[in-house]
Design a protein around this ligand. Structure first.
Ligand code: BDR
Ligand code: CA
Length: 315
């Protein structure tokens, strides 16, 4: 069983990623740290607590509120046009009686890395602010964490918030730069693979056929929130009735890296540029010199990934 901390800006795809992780028998979620991004950190925290209640997780999952803004760039704007005013496609799900811990998110990551030395996997689904704060406070973190899977970046395809930048890196490039250069063992699950991995209207119909007492709340939530998400992708990316599952794919890869092709590359994060801030530049020259050596997902078995994502909900 893989022991994971999930760090999320709990929007629509984060929520599905968390639901999957809580249902997978080969994952134990040791905690969820939250961060601003799709919505404010307070909303991300509240959404996370609601999703845990919805999932009826068979064990306790601590939730820890993290950073409210990027390291250096002041208060951010949120992506409510993508994820809805409440961050989860305006789907309404009941509040939880669980409360977030009062610990700081960076301290929680450091504490867990000591408790689970060499075993802890960190999966980041939002800005890298919490992990950057943790590794700055405790540089030895890089030796204690087994692996970091980052949903973010793009090396061979366009960006999604700017022509060249993916939202999670663009939203705090300085934090991404700290994480990439920290010595943490990083695998980048970027738009190169997530844009190829689509959940479609047919998949939602398939889920509906398995709706029954016991899972109806979860299935209704996935369907409702993804209808909102599909509308955004219809207008912004000319997908018809489909959306990429950025964050769920990252959890799936952390669980089973054989779903993707991974290549080592030297990657740099652009910080000092108005036009290119948040761009992840891979040095693809034969003798690459610029950047930090990390693992980058370059291809994916998308149909297997989507089937696996749906598997806990259709049995
Ligand atoms: C990433 O940005 C957020 O909108 C999504 O939740 C995902 O983590 C995709 O660029
Ligand atoms: Ca996210």
């Amino acid at each position: 069983v893989k022991k994971m901390i999930i760090d999320a800006d709990t929007g629509i795809d984060d929520a599905l990623a968390i639901l999957y992780a809580l249902k997978s028998p080969s994952i134990k979620v040791e905690g969820i740290t939250t961060v601003f991004g799709n919505i404010s950190v307070d909303r991300a925290t509240d959404n996370t607590l609601r999703i845990i209640r919805l999932a009826q997780a068979p064990y306790d999952v601590p939730v820890v509120r993290g950073a409210a803004q990027p390291l250096e760039r002041g208060m951010p704007e949120f992506a409510t046009h993508v994820h809805g005013m409440n961050g989860i496609g305006d789907a309404e799900i009941p509040p939880s009686s669980q409360e977030a811990l009062s610990e700081r998110a960076d301290d929680f990551i450091i504490r867990k890395s000591k408790e689970l030395e060499g075993e802890l996997i960190v999966v980041t689904l939002g800005r890298l602010t919490n992990l950057a704060l943790a590794v700055t406070k405790e540089p030895d973190l890089a030796k204690r964490i087994k692996h970091v899977y980052v949903m973010g970046g793009a090396v061979s395809v366009p960006g999604n918030v700017t022509p060249v930048s993916e939202a999670n890196i663009w939203g705090d490039p300085e934090a991404a730069d700290i994480v990439f250069t920290s010595g943490l063992p990083v695998t980048m699950v970027g738009l190169d693979v997530t844009m190829k991995t689509l959940l479609t209207g047919q998949h939602l119909d398939q889920l509906m056929r398995f709706r029954q007492e016991g899972n109806s709340e979860v299935i209704d939530f996935i369907r409702e929130s993804h209808r909102y998400y599909f509308d955004f992708y219809r207008t912004s990316n000319s997908f018809i009735d489909a959306a990429p599952i950025h964050d769920p794919l990252t959890v799936l890869v952390a669980e089973d890296p054989s779903l993707v092709t991974i290549q080592r590359m030297k990657v740099s994060v652009v910080c000092d540029s108005e036009l290119c801030a948040g761009m992840t530049v891979a040095d693809l020259r034969r003798r690459s010199l610029a950047g930090t050596d990390i693992a980058v997902c370059t291809d994916v078995n998308a149909s297997l990934a989507v089937d696996r994502l749906l598997s806990p909900f259709v049995s």
